[in-house]
Every structure is written in structure tokens, then in C-alpha cells.
Design a binder for this molecule. Structure first.
Ligand code: FAD
Length: 1041
């Protein structure tokens, strides 16, 4: 099936079973530490260097002589020639240089062997990095000794190199005291040098144990009263030391245990193989342990002489034909190592089943940390984040490997066995396969506990368990490594993070993890990551189902296998949840390819034939004009926006996150302070930032500003998504110069203003330098009916003279308010809708008196406020008239349409924010023994709010869409409908949030109280609900009879 395209893996069933089994059996967390204490009477261990910590010169010499055909024993004899005054001891007391020593030594060797001896060559070997390397068993022992609080020292007969430094190829920090013969001018077995060492340790001889490979040195130490060990074999010496000290000197290898009976491998045959492989230097017993990890392909720890290795083999018994391919693991690890991916160094592949019964391969053992719990308990949030970032980076590294150059071109052509599957997903997954599939090396089991971390740095030292690796879609690895995010912490086969507060823990969310990956890889953000999550869970579910089947037929009988049957359902449900999410994402992103030629509107246009009462009718609209045709997409979520609009949306979102939300507390403080009637400096600062980022004047619709002369040129639908985002904060609209009443006034000027009027008023408003107000409502008349407006506008000496009393004039108290768009009566005798006119009145005109600020539930909305104002004999030039006398009603209608929808868009934002705040709050507060979120009524409130927001948004978008395709006038009814719906919806949603918050919801600490007041006020402002209801009803009755 074509799912293989996504993940070309084979033998999944057994491999997966094993991959999961191993987790069910992992008991303890993190590296295990030996805690027992001891040491008896001893307080220090003193080590000789050559022959104890590093290979002895004598042994190195013996091998070198054999290889170079030098008579055996030549070097050893030359060492002792001359005794105290021989070149070797002089050299070790630092009395002669290396060059002098080599000259003399060469002569002596030649005399002994009667042949020319290349001593320089021997000396280079003796001091080379590959030979002069500390035995791991000694490194472990020193670590353990120091961990128990005992001191360590090195007491060495050594020499100076040509560079003037002494020869001590050891990490000096392992020792409390370092005593070197060439530095001190005294050699062992001279007592003085032992005494010097003890003095520096501050100990009596009886408090120390001394280890040396030379009998005379050991004897001298013993004669001083030191406890001694003569070292022939480092492994055996460590065992003896353990007995004296009374505690173990071996690091316990984490996650290992004695071999299981059924998994034992023939030790003798393996030992022989290893000795042949590793060379003759390998002395000491073979230690063999089995790892808890890797039971699919059983994995063993091996210690032999200085070597620590890991062996991975096929399991015994009959296997599926393509399963447990250790050869593939060996191949990929070797290839990836040379491509710079951190993997354990593989040493050898043995395909000969006669050695231990099955093929196997060997790799170096890497010590380090493995984190089994993905919530990383005990670490700081910053450390957790760093670990996940390191995990992400190493995955990018794997996926960046040029697999062709690495010789892996045919690696993925490994055909799969049949995957048992869940019906819906089997149908769904192939239909939603990503279009552009990139092929890389895919690990196939990439998760935190398959990574080995450096103990001190957040660096991945090695990536393990390549059994499921293949070539395929790299994003399947990314999704796979996020599975824990969706599983409960108690999930049996993989500990989950589902109920953890990831932000608090510092762990990236799955979405952030995907984003991080895309950023590292330099690819666009993965939008269909839900598909990959669905696929990952499907894959696991399919494998678990296979295991379950085998358990039923008796082929696999473990309890875990049976448990996997129950887990299959859980996993497949999870997979399906992601499939559904992906479905919604696709749906939301689906833009209308062309403007709707059929509308969902329920009015106007040619009469429809009578329809069944209550049934929805779809009445064809008049064909939209070609201008409309280019902008007629009804996009129901930001994901479906056109690329430029989407980009603008993302920038806006980022700005909100980065600047606006963090500024809210400061802006709230300002609003409560005595300075509140002057604009907050922070708002001015943010306005500059927004302007610099091009997030400015986004509101002017393409319809009004087709050449994008004044604004961003968005359609109403596009702006709806951005405006909603701005509505998430009460302060945001002004920051982007998108706030009422300026937006309505600016649109009025663009549509109806003369060039002079535009130059005088529009320019400063667009620049955000000036602010404005709209004065219509009057206290003495019912202003919901605009024809009631009584203020008079009289013509006098080439001027208009205004007299009137207004109130609820928003923004008039703002010191930046320079323009008042005034509505009054020019001709009380004209037909009702021709009596009104609109004037542009400069705020500094004499006769304008702001009597008082009004408050909404006690909130004064400073600095703009809502003012009660008297206009007494206010004279303005005749050029202040907009469009002409008697056109006021028409202008008000044109102005109110977009203004109303903007309010509704912002109200959706208020509601979303209120619901988000509510959700966070009810998760964290506990009442009567359980979190508020578990109380039934709270759940019902959340569900109700979600549904209502979605309904209102769709209606707002529909109205915006109609404004785009048929114009504001034709959309008037839809605008009336949303004006009816949105404020009361927001009011209810915010009210529920306030209720869930408790008294805090009423305070000024959260935006809820202000949101609430504003939503309530908007049931009046821009016309009361009833007026809009009446308009909708009238139209409904008119068109449905
Ligand atoms: C916060 C806020 C800001 C405002 N900003 C401005 C502004 O900047 N500029 C401006 O000019 N105005 C502004 N207003 C005023 C607003 O536009 C008016 O309050 C609104 O138009 C209603 O007018 P009114 O208050 O005179 O109510 P009235 O007209 O007296 O109506 C009172 C009530 O009568 C009922 N009613 C009215 N008509 C009908 C009907 N047909 N059927 C059934 N019942 C009906 C409704 O319940 C209505 O609420 C603002 C108001 C508020 C609250």
C-alpha cells in the first residue's frame, strides 16, 4: 500500500513489539549510583604509572621487539644496565635529556643485541597516544575511590620529553597528589620519594595502599609500612584493591543485568572471537551482561581487558524473513558515523552464526545519560528546553545526511510485510499523503530514551537503536518523537506528557517542536503535522494489533502482548483524532476558488419562488462586478488567507505576542492613574514600532481604496481575521491605527472628502498624529432614530453656524482629538432622510464646550472618554461640509456599515481572549476537591461559549464577504444581523468567563471587566439591538411572503 511511501520500513511487527516491550520493563530512572561506603583503615591509594595505569614499558618493548625482529629482552636488559648510574635511571631522575638518553641507550641496545636497534622508533611508540592510554578499569577505580572520599596519588618514575614537559599521559585532575621522579630528582625504590608522596597526602604509611608492577618498588613501599599490591594484570589488581577497600571499584553499567537464561550466548566461543579481533593485549576475564534495552535484538555489555563493548544480535529461534536485520543496523550506523551523526562506533559485523548462534555486530560502549521520563523530572525548565532542542538538532542532522553520498541509496528499498490496520485510517491516510515527500534517512524509533546525553552538557553523544531505520519522509521522525506529548503519564509502553504543564516545565509543545525543526532545517513551517501525528499513532496501533493477534494465537504469550490489544484501541482513537484535526485544517485553509455565485443571504435580489416556511433558500445574487470578482474569497480561518494576507496576519500575531500583551499591565496602570487623560507614552512608542513594521492602517478595505493609496488593501474578509486578533486586547486597535471612531472617520474622508479635506484631515489621521470623534447622539432625543437629531446647522455669511447638545461622543476628551465629524440638521423641512448634513469641525473652533466625561459602568475610557458637549454658535467655513447639504443620512449609513462590522470583528477577539483566560483559570483552580474544569457546569459553559463564538464568527465573515462581493449597501442586512448577534454573544461569553474567574473577573487585574463593559455598551453604540432586530425582521417579512 502507498503508506509505504511515507515510511518504508519492514518487519515492523516484531521490531515494534520489542521496542515497546523494552519500555515496559525499564525499571529505574537515570544512571544508577553505588552508594555503599567503606575504605577501612585506608585513606589513600597510590598508583605507579607504567604497568599500573598505562601499559608497562617492558610489555610494550616485548611486543615491539617481536614485530621489529630485535632479539627478545634487549630493551629490558638495556633498562637495567648501569644500575643507579645507567642512562634509564638518570633519564628518570631528570639528569639527562631525551636526546642524550637515546644516544646512550641506542649504543647499549646495539651492544646487547649485536645489531643496530632503532630506539627512537621504540620511544615514539612508548610515548604515543595509542599506547600510553589509561586502562578504563583504572579510570573507573579511581572515580569510585574518590567518590568514597579517599585520596589518590600517582607516584611515577618518568622522564622529560623534548618539549620540556614531563611524560604523564594522564588526567592530572584524577589525583590529589602527583609525584614524578624526573621533577623530584629521586626514583623509586628510593624511600625518599615514597615519603615525599605520603607527606603531600598528609598520611601515615599504614593509611595508604600502593600499587606497582615492579617487585623492588613494591618491596620498598612495604618496608615503609604501606599496604601494597603487586600488579601483574590491572583487572586482577583492581579486584584485590576492592577486597582491601571493601567496596566495589567497578562502575555499575546502567540498565544491565545478568544474562537471561533464554538469551545466554556461548561465552567461550565469543571470548575466542574477541581475543582474535582485539589482539593479544587482551588479558583478564570476559564480563558479559545483558541490557534491559533492546530486547527485540538482544543487546549485551562486554568488558574484556581495557575494552568495553556492546554486542547486538538477532534473537534466537525462527524469525520473520526480513526481521531483526542486524546487518542493516550495522550498515546504517557505519555510514552515519562517517557522515557526522553521533552514533556508537561500530567495530565489527559477524554474520557467521556458528560463533554465537546468530549473526551479531559489535560497537563501542558509550557511557552517558539516558532520560527515560520525557517530563525530565528534577531538571530546570531551561535544561529541559535545551535537551529537547538538542534532540531536535540531532534529528535535523540525521535528516540532512546525503544518503546517496553515504552509500545508502538502496537502504530504503526494503519492502514491508503487510500492516494490519484500522479501517478508517487505512482509507484516510493514503488520501492525505503529503504531496512533496522528501526522502532522507529516517531513524524510525526516534525518541528521548534512544539518545545518549553527555553527563554535563546538553549534547547528544549517540543515537541508538537503528533497527527500524530506513529511507523515508523525515517528518515521520519528528511526529514520532512527539508522541509522548499526547499520551498519559501512566501509559504502559511509553511514559507520556499529556497532563503536564509543558510551558512551566520548559518543554516545547509539539507544535513548537515542529517549528523548531523547520527552523533548524530551513524549511517552511509544517502545516500538516497533524497528518504525521495521525500516521505515527496509526503505525503504533497497527503494530500493537499484530502483537495482540499473535498473543491470541499463542505465538506470543507475554502479558504485555495481551495488554497491547487494549492499547490498540486507544492508539487508533488518538490517530483518528489527529486525522479529524487535519481534516479541519484542510477545510479551514480551503479558500473559495472564485466568488460565490450563489449566496446564502436571505433577502433582496430577484424574488425567489415561495419556499417552504423555515427552509433555507439560496437566492442567486446579481452577478458580482469584475472588481469584486478578484477579491471574493470567503476564507473562514486565517490559515486560508492569501499568502500576503497570511504573512501580515502572522506578523500582527507576533507583534501582539511580543509587544501588546506584555504592555497591558503598564497600560492598565496608566488608565487608573491621575495622568490617564493624557495619552500613554507606551502606546505612542508601540505605534511607532507598529508603523515601522508595516502594521498600520490595515482597516481600509480594498473596495474603498482600490489602489492601496491609504492602507494595506485588504478585503473585508481578510481584515476580519486581523481585526479579530486586534480585538484580543483593548489597547491593540489604536496601536495599529485601527481604532474607532477614527477608522470610520477616515473611511468617510476617503469615500466622500474633497482633496482639500483629505489633505487637512485624512493625512494626519492616517499618520496617527491626530485623533477624531463623531458627534451625532443627543441627550434630549431618542438618537437610535437618527432622524430625531435636532442640532442645527445654519448658513450665515458664507459660514455654517452650529448649535446643539451632544453626548456619548467617544474620543472627544483626548488631547490629540483635532476633528469632530458633526451631524446636524440643515433643513428641518426637507424629506426626513434629507434633513441631515455632516460637517468637519476643527476641535479648536470657539464655542465647543465639553461639559463632562461620561462613564460606562464607572469606567471613563480615558484618554478618549465619552463626552457630553455643547456646541454654541460654532462657526465653520462652508468647505467643511461633506458631500453637500442633506447628505448626512447617506454618509452616516456609509460610515456605520464598516464601523459596525469592525466592532463585531473585535468582539469575536474579546470573546476568544475571554474564553482562553477562562480555560486557563479553570484548569488551575480547585474547588470542592477538584479543578473547576471538572465541574459539569464549567464544561457546559466552555462548550456553549465555543459554539457561540463559532456561530458569530461565521456570520461576521459572511457579512464581510458580502461587503467584498456586492458592496456595503447590499450587505446592510447582514451587517444588521451581526450587529444583533455579536455584542450579545460576546456579553454572554465574557460573563461566563467572569463567573468562572470569581471576583477577580470583576477587577481591573484582567481585561474581562473592560471587555464586558464594552460588549454591553455595544448593544447601544452604533444603534441598539432592537433597531437592528427591527430591520432584520422587516426584511425577512418583506422577502419571505
Ligand atoms: C460607549 C458608548 C459610546 C458611544 N459613542 C458614540 C459616539 O461616538 N457618537 C455618537 O454620536 N453616539 C455614541 N453613542 C451613543 C449611541 O449611538 C446611542 O446611545 C444609541 O444610538 C442609542 O441612542 P439613545 O441612547 O438615545 O437611546 P434611545 O434612542 O433613547 O433608545 C432607548 C431604547 O429604546 C429602545 N428602542 C429604540 N428603538 C427601538 C425600536 N425601533 N424598537 C424597539 N425598541 C427600541 C431600545 O431598547 C433602546 O435602547 C455611544 C454610546 C455608548 C454607550
Amino acid at each position: 500500500m502507498c503508506i509505504r511511501r511515507l515510511f518504508r520500513s519492514s518487519h515492523l511487527q516484531w521490531a515494534w513489539r520489542a521496542a515497546f516491550l523494552k519500555h515496559s520493563q525499564c525499571g529505574h530512572q537515570g544512571p544508577w549510583r553505588w552508594t555503599h561506603s567503606g575504605g577501612g583503615p585506608y585513606r589513600a591509594v597510590i598508583f605507579d604509572m607504567g604497568g599500573v595505569l598505562i601499559p608497562s614499558p617492558g610489555k610494550v618493548a616485548a611486543e615491539w621487539e617481536a614485530q621489529n625482529h630485535i632479539p627478545s629482552g634487549t630493551i629490558l636488559k638495556a633498562f637495567i644496565t648501569g644500575g643507579e648510574n645507567g642512562p634509564w635511571l638518570k633519564f628518570m631522575r631528570g639528569e639527562i635529556t631525551k636526546e642524550d638518553f637515546l644516544q646512550e641507550f641506542r649504543r647499549i641496545c646495539s651492544e646487547i643485541s649485536n645489531t643496530s636497534v632503532p630506539v627512537d622508533n621504540f620511544f615514539s611508540l612508548l610515548t604515543s597516544e595509542q599506547v600510553a592510554k589509561q586502562f578504563p578499569v583504572m579510570t573507573e577505580a579511581i572515580t569510585q575511590i574518590r567518590a568514597k572520599g579517599l585520596q589518590t596519588a600517582v607516584l611515577s618514575n618518568n622522564f622529560y620529553l623534548s618539549n620540556g614537559k614531563s611524560f604523564l599521559p594522564l588526567d592530572r585532575t584524577q589525583f590529589d597528589v602527583v609525584v614524578e621522579s624526573c621533577v623530584e630528582g629521586v626514583c623509586k625504590p628510593d624511600h625518599r620519594i615514597y615519603k615525599l608522596c605520603l607527606e603531600r597526602l598528609g598520611l601515615q604509611p599504614s593509611e595508604s595502599i600502593f600499587l606497582d608492577d615492579l617487585g623492588q618498588n613494591v618491596k620498598a613501599a612495604a618496608s615503609l609500612g604501606m599496604r601494597t599490591i603487586k600488579v601483574n594484570d590491572p583487572e586482577a589488581a583492581v579486584k584485590e584493591l576492592e577486597t582491601l577497600l571493601g567496596f566495589t571499584l567497578r562502575t555499575v553499567i546502567p540498565n544491565t543485568r545478568p544474562m537471561r537464561k533464554t538469551m545466554e550466548i556461548p561465552k567461550d566461543s565469543l571470548e575466542k572471537y574477541l581475543r582474535d579481533l582485539l589482539g593479544t593485549q587482551t588479558t583478564g576475564p570476559l564480563e558479559l551482561l545483558q541490557f534491559d534495552h533492546g530486547q527485540s535484538n538482544p543487546t549485551y555489555y562486554i568488558r574484556l581487558a581495557g575494552h568495553q563493548l556492546v554486542l547486538r544480535k538477532k534473537p534466537p529461534g525462527t524469525l520473520l524473513p526480513s526481521a531483526h536485520a542486524v546487518e542493516r543496523e550495522f550498515r546504517i550506523m557505519r555510514a552515519l558515523a562517517s557522515a557526522g551523526v553521533p552514533v556508537p562506533k561500530v567495530l565489527d559485523l559477524c554474520e557467521d552464526s556458528r560463533v554465537i548462534g546468530t549473526p551479531f555486530y559489535l560497537m563501542e560502549y558509550c557511557p552517558g545519560l539516558i532520560y527515560k521520563d520525557p517530563s525530565l523530572p528534577g531538571l530546570e525548565p531551561s535544561q529541559r528546553r535545551a535537551i529537547y532542542a538538542a534532540m531536535n538538532r540531532v534529528l535535523c542532522k540525521i535528516h540532512s545526511v546525503d544518503f546517496k553520498a553515504a552509500g545508502l541509496e538502496d537502504y530504503g528499498k526494503h519492502e514491508t510485510s503487510t500492516i494490519p490496520a484500522m479501517e478508517r485510517l487505512i482509507e484516510w491516510l493514503p488520501l492525505h499523503l503529503p504531496r512533496q515527500e522528501k526522502i532522507t534517512v529516517v531513524h524510525g524509533d526516534f525518541r528521548l530514551d534512544n539518545l545518549l546525553f553527555h553527563p554535563e552538557k546538553t549534547e547528544v553523544l549517540a543515537v541508538f537503536d537503528w533497527e527500524l531505520s530506513t529511507l523515508g519522509d523525515p517528518l515521520s521522525d519528528v511526529a514520532y518523537s512527539c508522541m509522548a506529548h499526547y499520551l498519559p503519564p501512566s501509559f504502559p509502553i511509553l511514559r507520556g506528557l499529556r497532563d503536564c504543564d509543558l510551558t512551566q516545565l520548559g518543554i516545547p509543545t509539539a507544535e513548537e517542536y515542529f517549528r523548531m525543526y523547520c527552523l533548524h532545517m530551513g524549511i517552511p513551517p509544517t502545516e500538516n503535522w497533524n497528518f504525521y501525528m495521525a500516521f505515527s499513532f496509526f503505525r503504533v496501533a497497527a503494530i500493537l494489533q499484530g502483537v495482540y493477534r499473535r498473543s491470541l494465537t499463542g505465538q506470543a504469550s507475554s502479558a504485555t502482548a495481551e495488554q497491547s490489544g487494549k492499547m490498540t484501541e486507544f492508539m487508533s482513537n488518538l490517530a483518528w483524532e489527529f486525522a479529524v484535526k487535519e481534516g479541519f485544517r484542510i477545510f479551514k485553509e480551503m479558500p473559495a476558488t472564485k466568488p460565490l455565485t450563489r449566496s446564502y443571504r436571505t433577502w433582496a435580489g430577484p424574488r425567489s419562488p415561495p419556499s417552504t416556511p423555515g427552509a433555507r433558500s439560496y437566492i442567486p445574487l446579481p452577478e458580482p462586478s469584475s472588481a469584486h470578482a478578484s477579491k471574493g474569497a470567503l476564507v473562514i480561518s486565517p490559515e486560508g488567507l492569501s499568502p500576503p494576507a497570511r504573512e501580515l496576519y502572522e506578523r500582527l500575531k507576533q507583534f501582539m505576542d511580543q509587544y501588546v500583551y506584555p504592555a497591558e499591565p503598564e497600560l492598565r496602570r496608566h488608565q487608573a492613574s491621575a495622568e490617564r487623560w493624557t495619552p500613554a507614552p507606551l502606546v505612542e512608542d508601540l505605534k511607532e514600532k507598529a508603523k515601522a513594521k508595516g502594521l498600520w492602517n490595515l482597516f481600509l478595505p480594498l473596495e474603498t481604496d482600490p489602489e492601496r493609496k491609504y492602507g494595506a488593501g485588504l478585503t473585508n474578509v481578510e481584515y476580519a481575521h486581523l481585526c479579530e486578533l486586534m480585538g484580543m486586547s483593548l489597547y491593540a486597535p489604536e496601536i495599529f491605527n485601527c481604532s474607532a471612531p477614527d477608522t470610520g472617520n477616515m473611511e468617510l474622508l476617503v469615500r466622500y472628502g474633497t482633496e482639500e479635506q483629505k489633505a487637512r484631515w485624512l493625512t494626519p489621521l492616517l499618520e496617527g498624529k491626530a485623533r477624531s470623534c463623531f458627534a451625532m447622539t443627543e441627550p434630549q432625543v431618542a438618537s437610535s432614530d437618527a432622524t430625531n437629531i435636532e442640532s442645527s446647522i445654519r448658513e450665515e455669511d458664507g459660514f455654517y453656524v452650529i448649535n446643539g447638545h451632544k453626548w456619548w461622543i467617544s474620543g472627544i476628551l483626548d488631547p490629540r482629538c483635532q476633528l469632530c465629524v458633526f451631524m446636524g440638521k440643515t433643513d428641518p423641512h426637507a424629506p426626513r432622510h434629507r434633513q441631515q448634513s455632516v460637517l468637519l469641525v476643527p476641535m479648536d473652533t470657539p464655542g465647543i464646550k465639553v461639559i463632562r466625561p461620561l462613564t460606562v459602568y464607572g469606567l471613563d475610557d480615558a484618554p478618549g472618554g465619552h463626552g457630553e458637549v455643547l456646541f454654541e454658535q460654532v462657526r465653520v467655513p462652508k468647505e467643511s461640509m461633506v458631500l453637500g447639504p442633506g447628505r448626512g443620512f447617506e454618509i452616516a449609513q456609509g460610515r456605520l456599515g464598516p464601523g459596525r462590522i469592525h466592532h463585531c470583528m473585535r468582539l469575536i477577539g474579546h470573546s476568544e481572549r475571554a474564553l482562553a483566560l477562562m480555560k486557563a483559570r479553570v484548569k488551575s483552580r480547585v474547588a470542592f476537591g477538584k479543578p473547576l474544569v471538572e465541574q459539569g457546569t464549567v464544561l457546559a459553559d466552555i462548550a456553549q461559549s465555543r459554539v457561540e463564538i463559532e456561530q458569530a464568527r461565521l456570520l461576521v465573515l459572511k457579512a464581510a464577504h458580502l461587503m467584498d462581493v456586492v458592496g456595503n449597501k447590499a450587505a446592510a442586512l447582514d451587517i444588521a444581523m451581526i450587529k444583533m448577534v455579536a455584542p450579545s454573544m460576546a456579553y454572554r461569553v465574557i460573563d461566563r468567563a467572569v463567573q468562572a474567574f470569581g471576583a477577580a473577573g470583576l477587577s481591573g487585574d484582567y481585561p474581562l471587566a473592560q471587555f464586558f463593559a464594552w460588549a454591553r455598551a455595544l448593544r447601544f453604540a452604533d444603534g441598539p439591538d432592537e433597531v437592528h432586530r427591527a430591520a432584520v425582521a422587516k426584511m425577512e417579512l418583506k422577502n419571505r411572503i
